[in-house]
Design a protein around this ligand. Structure first.
Ligand SMILES: CC(C)(COP(=O)(O)OP(=O)(O)OC[C@H]1O[C@@H](n2cnc3c(N)ncnc32)[C@H](O)[C@@H]1OP(=O)(O)O)[C@@H](O)C(=O)NCCC(=O)NCCS
Length: 275
């Protein structure tokens, strides 16, 4: 647990005061929370922490933290930690997991929607307040609240590599995004009322918001306000977030969220699987 503290400080740049207190982590573990570590020899290089919660009367795991040390990223460790969390939760007969992430983080969007198959119909403005001591929480702390229906056909297919993203890549170029990544790197808004009449909405984000935050905080703020507007308006109008694709128009570049009109429960019929 001491190594967790160190990793939290390394990954989020948290002040001492914002690190999870050791007494709480020990008690949470003892009380049935799921703690998983990825080790290189004796050294902790990644971890996932989820606690038990309730949503709409259903027992679920809320995954509060997932972190992988910088030098160990893009090696599937984050993915494998999520798979291990899923296995542990399913063995406790819990089939739903929730967590939050910053929708401007393209890497997390790809991991969550692309590799794991989450869905979301909730956008939280300034979830942890306008900022915290974390370097990842400087541009406000807006979050998508995602649900991972771990026992659903959608997630099982996704984990077996049966992925519908080829089909989605065909659809994306035909959609005029509500927020579009302009040639100059700025977010361009398109007409809201026209977008809301469609069956699908796209919202584009830059591929590396962290470097924009460091080089041009004002531009990063523009991205926050534009995407906040787009997500909140679309969700309010009855859309939900179904996918994220990081390749559009046949090339690497900004990523695109795909929102579908309708209820998440119709899109993932077994979302509330019970045993
Ligand atoms: C999020 C995090 C845990 C992911 O860990 P990881 O071990 O790198 O994850 P994985 O290797 O399983 O998956 C990363 C994926 O993102 C992709 N990726 C990397 N940079 C990307 C970018 N800028 N845009 C889109 N995708 C990107 C990788 O290619 C990989 O996908 P692939 O396997 O299909 O190629 C890690 O980046 C991290 O600790 N981030 C900081 C803390 C955080 O954001 N935690 C989660 C929210 S609480």
């Amino acid at each position: 647990m001491r190594q967790v503290e160190t990793l939290e400080q390394e990954v989020w740049g948290l002040s001492d005061r914002d690190v999870l207190p050791l007494t709480m982590t020990v008690a949470a573990k003892e009380a049935g929370s799921i703690w998983l570590g990825a080790f290189d020899g004796p050294h902790l290089v990644g971890f996932a922490f989820g606690f038990l919660g309730m949503e709409h009367g259903q027992l679920m795991v809320h995954s509060h933290m997932l972190a992988v040390r910088d030098q160990y990223r893009n090696l599937d460790l984050g993915y494998k930690l999520k798979l291990a969390q899923r296995e542990r939760a399913l063995s406790m007969r819990i089939s739903a997991m929730t967590w939050t992430f910053d929708p401007l983080q393209s890497r997390n969007a790809h991991l969550n929607f692309g590799k794991l198959g989450v869905v979301s119909d909730i956008y939280k403005i300034d979830f942890y307040g306008p900022e915290t001591s974390s370097v990842l929480h400087r541009n406000s702390t807006d979050r998508l609240w995602v649900k991972w229906p771990m026992a659903s056909r959608r997630v099982q297919d996704r984990l077996q590599g049966k992925d519908k993203r080829a089909e989605i890549l065909d659809v994306l170029p035909r959609l005029l995004p509500l927020i579009r990544f302009n040639g100059d790197g700025k977010p361009a808004r398109t007409d809201l009322s026209a977008a809301l009449t469609r069956q699908r909405i796209a919202i584009e984000i830059p591929s590396d918001i962290h470097s924009i935050e460091q080089k041009d905080p004002e531009l990063a703020r523009e991205w926050r306000l534009a995407t906040r507007w787009a997500f909140t308006e679309a969700l309010k109008a009855g859309f939900f977030v179904a996918e994220f694709c990081r390749t559009i128009r046949g090339k690497q570049g900004p990523g695109t969220y795909l929102l579908e009109r309708g209820k998440v429960e119709e899109f993932v019929p077994d979302i509330n699987h019970t045993w």
